[in-house]
Design a protein around this ligand. Structure first.
Ligand code: ADP
Length: 527
């Protein structure tokens, strides 16, 4: 026998590299997790940079365009209104205003160039901004008229620009007032458009509160932020993925990768385990085969040499007493029968293995077959001190479709085992009974019994229980394998009830006559 224990030394040899591989894989995945988080952060940072630059440029350009007013236009309200209308709405701007120094007050226009009234705080912010330009009442180069950004009132941020006449003298000013909410929603809309081109919809860019800056966790905001230029220089805008922070995304990809790696490792370990199991099985089988060869040779050699010696004695007339002659004759007969049975088993087994075994089914009386087998088998045994009891069914059974030779051989094998493994209590009971749709042939002995863990294995070819009396009893390990094959061919099964030291009951269960139709089909299959 080749127990799996013989392969235990392989465990550290296989497990150690697997563990090293697992640790390396883990470290690699951890590094990958950090790299993924950093890459994701970079993507966010670059996207935010692009959005911020786009917003700044767009606001600057539009403001420059709408504030590019000549002194002539400044002097004509209609022309001014047309100018504002022509340059469309400027992002985030709620009011356009223009004033000449010698006029009474600024002209206030909405985004479409229409006149408008403003709230007191806005009017105050406009006046304050115009004051700054008034102080600049000196010649300027037209192309370099400086733009002033006034953020003193955060709710009314202003960009104002001096307007010079042809001589370069500043004669007035034009400006725009930004609305905070409008500006914020414009930033969000613009960023949506930009981001949709490169990222999925789950990203948002918005103005963020100070407590949300630089925060890694989404519960705290989770924004990557950047300061905004132009008019809103005290604002920070932030970007985040609404589904997960870079760290969360990296952690989730780590989990998925780790799961896959774990599964691959598990599959590898299982494949190695299976390979070892297969190798152990093969070795066990070849060990069993070599045991089989030595057992069979022994089983053949011993009776053959006894038969030769007894035959010689009788031929040379050395044995004269009639009872001795009968004893030797019986011995020769018994041993020859055993040899025939062994050879039959080997031949049957070889036919079964090569799928050449043919069955010839015919309706027969099972009780009669069992009774004949028991009586042929029982005569010599009784003289060896065995009691064999045959219990026939109360009422005769209807014929069953069976292969008499094959089933007879299976019963002989079971009887032979009952004899071999009976030990000191030499009592065998054979019974035939019938239940509703089955016929049961039971062979009971009071012998050494079989441990529960061995009961399935003993039907495997060459398998012999490696303990106790079995060492003293020779056998091929084929008997039960043949029994199982024959019974399965009859569409039946073998039941076993056994307890070590108490004995065993092997029961052949065959389909009853009610199912004989099926048996007829079997005739074709196995014939
Ligand atoms: P063998 O030629 O070894 O008897 P079998 O296939 O007939 O081969 O039986 C397989 C093994 O099952 C035997 O070696 C024995 O250990 C066990 N066995 C079979 N029948 C009995 C029984 N009636 N009592 C105890 N052990 C049995």
């Amino acid at each position: 026998m080749v127990p799996m224990r013989r392969f235990l030394w392989l465990v550290p040899v296989i497990v150690a590299p697997l563990v090293v591989l697992l640790v390396m894989q883990y470290q690699f995945l951890r590094k990958l997790e950090h790299a993924t988080a950093a890459a994701e952060r970079n993507t966010l940072r670059n996207s935010l940079e692009d959005v911020a630059r786009e917003v700044e440029m767009s606001v600057s350009e539009r403001v420059d365009r709408v504030l590019d007013v000549t002194s002539d236009v400044l002097a004509a309200p209609d022309a001014l209104s047309a100018h504002v209308r022509a340059h469309g709405e400027t992002p985030g701007v709620k009011t356009f205003f223009a004033a000449r120094f010698n006029s009474c007050g600024p002209l206030l226009l909405d985004g479409h160039g229409g006149g408008k009234m403003v709230a007191a705080d806005e009017a105050h912010a406009i006046d304050a901004a115009l004051q700054t330009v008034t102080m600049l009442r000196k010649p300027v180069v037209r192309s370099h008229q400086p733009r002033t950004i006034d953020q003193r009132d955060p709710h009314n941020r202003i960009v104002v620009r001096p307007i010079a006449d042809a001589s370069g003298m500043v004669v007035g000013a034009a400006g725009v007032v930004f609305d905070e909410k409008l500006a914020q929603s414009v930033i969000e809309q613009m960023s949506q458009k930009i981001l949709r081109k490169r990222l999925c919809d789950d990203y948002i860019v918005t103005r963020v509160r100070p407590e949300e800056y630089f925060s890694g966790s989404r519960a705290d905001g989770g924004f990557l932020t950047r300061q905004l230029g132009v008019v809103f220089s005290d604002w920070r805008i932030g970007i985040r993925d609404n589904c997960a922070t870079p760290e969360e995304m990296a952690a989730s990809s780590f989990r998925i990768n780790a799961l896959w790696s774990g599964m691959v490792m598990l599959a590898l370990a299982m494949a190695i385990g299976l390979a070892i199991h297969g190798a152990a099985r093969q070795m066990r089988l070849s060990q069993m085969k070599s045991d089989f060869v030595s057992n069979v040779s022994h089983e053949l050699r011993t009776p053959i040499s006894s038969i030769r010696v007894f035959g010689e004695y009788m031929r040379l007339g050395r044995v004269k007493a009639p009872e001795k002659i009968r004893e030797y004759g019986e011995y020769i007969e018994t041993e020859s029968r055993r040899l025939t049975q062994l050879i039959n088993n080997i031949l049957d087994f070889s036919r079964i293995e090569s799928a050449e075994k043919k069955y010839r089914f015919a309706d027969s009386d099972v009780t009669e077959l069992v009774a004949e087998t028991v009586s042929a088998f029982g005569v010599p045994l009784r003289e060896r001190g065995f009691t064999i009891t045959f219990e026939a069914p109360g009422t005769p059974l209807p014929p069953v479709s069976i292969d008499r030779d094959a089933l007879g051989q299976a019963i002989v094998n079971l009887l032979d085992n009952a004899v071999k493994y009976s030990g000191e209590r030499r009592e065998i009971i054979v019974s035939v009974s019938s239940a509703r749709d089955e016929v049961r042939i039971a062979i009971v002995d009071r012998g050494i019994g079989i441990a529960a863990r061995e009961q399935k294995k003993i039907f495997d070819k060459f398998y012999r229980v490696a303990s106790g009396l079995v060492h003293d009893v020779k056998g091929s390990g084929l008997g039960l394998a043949i029994v199982r094959h024959v019974v399965h061919a009859h569409r039946g099964h073998v039941e076993i009830r056994s307890e070590p030291g108490q004995g065993s009951t092997f029961t052949i269960v065959l389909p009853a006559p009610a199912a004989a139709g099926r048996s007829t089909e079997l005739t074709k299959e196995f014939a």
